[in-house]
Structures are given as C-alpha cells and as structure tokens.
Design a protein around this ligand. Structure first.
Ligand SMILES: *Cc1c(COP(=O)(O)O)cnc(C)c1O
Length: 480
C-alpha cells in the first residue's frame, strides 16, 4: 500500500503543473460569460469534470497541455453540447411519409399557431364560456368529428391503442368479443389485438380461419356471454388469394339482430377521401358508420394528419358509457392535442384547402415534377459535399405511406442514391459510416440503406434550402 501511494504521489507531482486549478479556468472571461445561461453550479461542475477527464487521459498516456483559455473553450463546448435538446427535428428522407419512429404526421401551420397561442396562457379547456360553468374537454372537437363522420357523439383519448382499449373495457368487460382470425393483428411495436383484449378484461372469441371468415361463423359464436362484435382493419398487411370476409354492413345487421354493438377499429381513418386526390382509397370512418358500425376508432396522427390521438366516434349512448369509464381520465388528451386536433379537423372540412395545407396530404400527393425540381437543386450540392468520397445518382424509387396505411400501395418518387467510393471490401462499413455522418449533422438526415447505397427519397424534403445550407458547412471525412 505504501508503495502504491508513494507512486501516486510521484505521478501527481509530475502531473500537477499540467492542469490548472478549477478556479483559474472558471475565471476565464469565456466561461464567466456563459454562467447566466447555464448557472454557476453547472459551469463549475463541468470545469471539474473536464479537468478530471484530462487527468485520467494523461494517466493513460494521452497528454493534453492547453492554455487556461483553451480549457475554458473546451468547457463551453461541452456545456453547449449537453444543452442540446434530446428531441430534435430531422430530415425524413426514408421515403416513409408517416414514419412512426420519426414522429408520424407533421402538423399544419394553423395547428402550430393554435397550440402556441394556448401554451403560456390559461384557456377554457374544461370551462363553458356561455354558461359560465364547468365544461367537457371533448366539447372542443366533438362537434367537428360528428360533422365530418356523421357520428352522433365522439370522444378523444391519447392514441388509437387507448381508444380500442377503452372501448373494449367499457363495452365488454368480463364478456366475449367476437373477432375473425384474419384480423388478430399486430401493429408495429407492441399493439396486438389479443393482448389488448386480455388487458381490457375481455375474452377473445376468435372465429373463422386466417384467410376466410363467413357470416355463419359469427352466427354460431354469438351467445349469452357475447358483448361485442369487433372488426379490425388489416392496416399493415393484405390478405390476398383465396379469401373471404364478412362486409361491415352484414356484420352490423347481424350484431343489431342480437342486440349487440358492432365496433370497427379502423387504424388510420382518413377523413378526406384519398381517392379524390389520386391516391389509393382507404376506408373512412364516415363510410364505416354509414355501413352501420356503432363505434369506430381511428388514429389522429396517421392519414388524418393531426396530433397523436385516438378518436372514438359513434352511437351517443355508447360514447356516454365510454366517457364515464374511470380509465378515460387516465387516457385523456391535453390541451395541446385538442388545440392541434381542432385546427386539423377544421381543415378537413375544406378538402381543397386540406390538400395543400395538411402536410401529410400534401406530401402524399406531391407531384413528381416537384420532386424532380428538388432533386435538381440538391444533387449538385450533395455531389460538391461528397466530392471524391461518394457517387451520387438520381434514381426512381417508391415512397411508402407508412403507419400501416395502405401497406401494398407505393407512390412513385425519386431518390438520390449515395455510394461510397470504396472497393467491394469494406463497402458495408463505409456505408454505415456515411449514414452515421449524415445523422451527425446539426439537423440529422435519415435515409435508408438499399442495394449498397444510402438512399435519400426526396418526397418529404420541403426545406431543400436548409438541407443544402448545412451541407455547405461540412465536408465528409475531414477529420470528423
Ligand atoms: C395504428 C393502429 C392502431 C394503433 O394506433 P395508434 O394511434 O398508433 O395507437 C390500432 N389499430 C389499428 C388497426 C391500427 O392500424
């Protein structure tokens, strides 16, 4: 032990002059200037941490001898780095318009303004301004949802998974819910109909087969313990070939004949008719209700193009029961969601306007000529930034709608395929490094790796000026 400590003392003696005292660095004007921004405690802590790390690095043979001013610069850089938000904007060039990992739908300006206006001021979230008494937070959007879908009533929760959960728990607790085996879906992540059903306290009664379910299957299954007939939209897959399912209107009639409610989980649920905008058709909540569904549930941030939310629309008596469920409180939405949703629903009332103002619809219907124009501007900038390091080729590609909507429909688009100029050996590593460099930009750029290239689908690139500008400030591989 004494050996060890004497050795340490020896080392310390050797090293001591190389690192300044904490106070000396702290007193540098550059650090004093940032104290109001970061707080004295945090700045002092950072100086200590930076010096400690330098000491450890020196011990490992990595010597750093800097002036007091340079130490201060290093500390400021670290404070700045740590102050960056974890949640940041990115460029979504993956070609998936509604990308769940990248935040799904982008909100229209009117929604952004509506949310911002409420954030730092009190609002009438649950206050009836006419009567001067308590109101319901659903009041702000229920009328719009009813007008757009033809429902008698509607309520809003945190997301569509919550909507399905709450509706099941309210309408079928400790009872049976009949679902076709062809619809026991898993939506990306962890939403599986059988699991949600179990957690909602319902007993799943699966009927039919994976590819074919007939009206007789439903008829046979309905009994004293049945509480609900459920249809789940095949969002993220397609059943093709020798298939049969029972149309919504037949199921509605069958359920009604037995005095049972019929619920449809639509998943995406576009309120605007996509067919009218040259896109493949997707069933709408209004159609589902017209077919006789008693309850329909759908997402706020899929094809609807709004904030994350789950909308439950349908028969007034059933919605009233759902609203009274104590779990509604645990699943309710906040004022920001309601403000954004209200603005988006108002846009949906005017389909002509929605096509240009709702980013989701605008990106999905973006003309190929416009994507071409983006490519013409971006390609030279990308080539300049990557000169000698990678080749950039413009190629046709196909964008996806995403979030489980229209899984087999792909939209013609254009991408810039970036291929590192390495030989066959190490090509995979070079590609991964290139992708990492793009992710490290101030506004990270996310593409997809395909056929040995990093592909940037330009469908969702609307801020090409911002994209080009940050490329200009950076040259690949220059000591990064
Ligand atoms: C997407 C989807 C859900 C889940 O919706 P979230 O809003 O993501 O919670 C549930 N059911 C279906 C059929 C879906 O497509």
């Amino acid at each position: 032990m004494s050996d060890l400590s004497s050795e340490k003392k020896h080392l310390r003696r050797q090293r001591a002059p190389r690192l300044p005292a904490v106070d000396r660095v702290l007193n540098q004007p550059g650090l004093q200037a940032v104290i109001p921004r970061f707080g004295r405690a945090r700045v002092t802590e950072t100086v200590r941490a930076v010096l400690n790390e330098a000491r450890a690095a020196w011990r490992a043979g990595d010597a750093a001898s800097l002036s007091d001013e340079d130490w201060a610069v290093r500390c400021v850089a670290r404070l700045e780095r740590e102050a960056k938000s974890s949640l940041r904007p990115v460029f979504n060039l993956t070609g998936t318009v509604l990308h769940t990992n990248l935040g799904r739908a982008l909100l229209p300006e009117s929604a952004v303004t509506a949310v911002a206006a409420l954030l730092s001021r009190p609002c009438n979230l649950e206050y009836d301004l006419e009567r001067g008494g308590r109101g319901d937070r659903d009041d702000h959007v229920e009328g719009l949802v009813c007008e757009l879908t033809g429902a008698e009533a509607a309520t809003v929760v945190n997301n569509n998974a919550a909507a399905v959960f709450l509706a099941l728990n309210t309408l079928a607790l400790r009872k049976e819910v009949i679902v076709s085996r062809g619809e026991l879906v898993e939506i990306g992540g962890s939403f599986r109909i059988p699991d949600i059903m179990a957690r909602a306290g319902c007993k799943l009664r699966e009927i039919g087969t994976t590819n074919r379910t007939h009206p007789g299957d439903f008829r046979q299954a309905i009994g004293a313990r049945t509480a609900l007939v459920l249809k789940v939209h095949a969002s993220n897959y397609a059943v093709q070939g020798f298939t049969a399912s029972v149309p919504e209107s037949d199921l509605a009639e069958l359920a009604r004949g037995h005095g049972l409610p019929f619920m449809v989980d639509l998943g995406s649920g576009a309120l605007v008719d996509l067919g009218a905008h040259g896109l493949p058709r997707e069933p709408t909540p209004q159609e589902t209700l017209r077919h006789g569904a008693d309850i329909v549930t759908f997402s706020g941030d899929k094809l609807l193009g709004g904030p994350q939310a789950g909308i439950i629309a349908g028969r007034a008596d059933l919605i009233a029961r759902i609203r009274k469920n104590p779990l509604k409180r645990a699943l309710r939405v906040d004022k920001m969601t309601l403000a954004a949703l209200e603005a988006v629903l108002r846009l949906c009332r005017m389909p002509e306007l929605a096509a240009c103002e709702l980013p989701t619809l605008r990106l999905l219907t973006r003309p190929l000529e416009e994507i071409h124009a983006v490519a013409a501007k971006v390609q030279p900038a990308l080539e300049r930034a990557l000169a000698g390091k990678a080749a950039v080729v413009l190629k046709p590609c196909r964008s996806q709608i995403g979030s489980g909507a229209l899984p087999v429909e792909l939209l013609p688009s254009l991408c810039l395929a970036v291929t590192p100029s390495t030989g066959k050996r190490g090509a995979g590593t070079a590609l991964k490094q290139l992708a990492a460099v793009f992710r490290a930009l101030p506004v990270p750029v996310i593409g997809r790796i395909e056929d040995g290239s990093l592909c940037f689908d330009l469908r969702c690139l609307e801020d090409e000026a911002g994209f080009i500008e940050q490329l200009g400030q950076w040259a690949v591989g220059s000591g990064r």
